[in-house]
Design a protein around this ligand. Sequence first.
Ligand code: C2E
Ligand code: CA
Ligand code: CA
Ligand code: CA
Length: 278
Amino acid sequence: VKESGKNDYQFFNYNLDEKLSRKVELEKGLRKALANNEFTLRYQPQINIVTGKIIGVEALLRWKHPQLGNISPGEFIPIAEETGLIKSIGEWVLKTACKQNKAWQNSGLPPICMAVNVSKQQFHSEDFVDMVTQVLESTQLNPKYLELEITENSMYKIEHLIPTLNQLKDIGIKIAIDDFGTGYSSLSILNRLPIDNLKIDQNFIHNIVNNSNKAALTKTIINMGIDLNFNVTAEGVETYEQKLFLTENQCNIGQGYLFAHPLLPEKIKNILNKSNLS
Ligand code: C2E
Ligand code: CA
Ligand code: CA
Ligand code: CA
């Protein structure tokens, strides 16, 4: 295997043999990662971009392999999904995130919503709702402060998921559609899903200022979301111009480097304690 860079994010430059052996190596590492405490979570603020107030955070998983260093979730999540390891990893993420949110609330900070990414495999597993219920019970987090993010791509054959989504809604948990605009969902299906939040994919936001097609599509998505009574969140907001476009078009929730990177829990605590992020 090629000498790895600091972040190991250049895996796509490896040749086929190297890619395969790296994948085998990562798979081996993933099997031990939970037991060895190699996972951590970062939390990225979600902002009301009109007031600058933080309204929630998204939990983002980080893995430090003992030899290979930091591996991006874009590389290891697909391996975790293929191997089925995502089930136990996902449970750890949910438990850790809910526990963290409850700890912030217990220390007297204003309550915020915790968004957690959930893979398709997790949603389709039979005991998923039971697992979530148990985590909420053991952490004592009020379900209204938990939002589960499901990517639009994993909504393929979404009909099968409607009962699960409804059960989660009945518990009081919020549901977000992640990476919206990249998948297959038809508008008629969106209307039938118990959704609270539509997250517009970064790819749209990155191009709204210089690509009039993307701008038009983004406006359409925002208006549709508003019409259907969803919250609409813009992901990957990096510039002031993008923020301006969003506020001008009534998209009032944003997430991105312009406001904050994914942060350590102590940093979130500081933000909740005092300032806003406008
Ligand atoms: P995502 O759910 O779409 O998360 C947003 C990604 O965009 C994160 O990458 C975040 O760090 C990055 N990001 C945030 N703001 C900006 C910005 O302004 N500009 C740019 N260029 N990027 C921004 P990250 O943390 O590398 O995660 C990548 C993907 O891995 C996530 O995409 C999600 O699909 C997956 N993932 C991360 N954590 C988990 C997890 O706990 N469970 C599951 N199933 N998937 C996860
Ligand atoms: Ca997400
Ligand atoms: Ca996303
Ligand atoms: Ca994504």
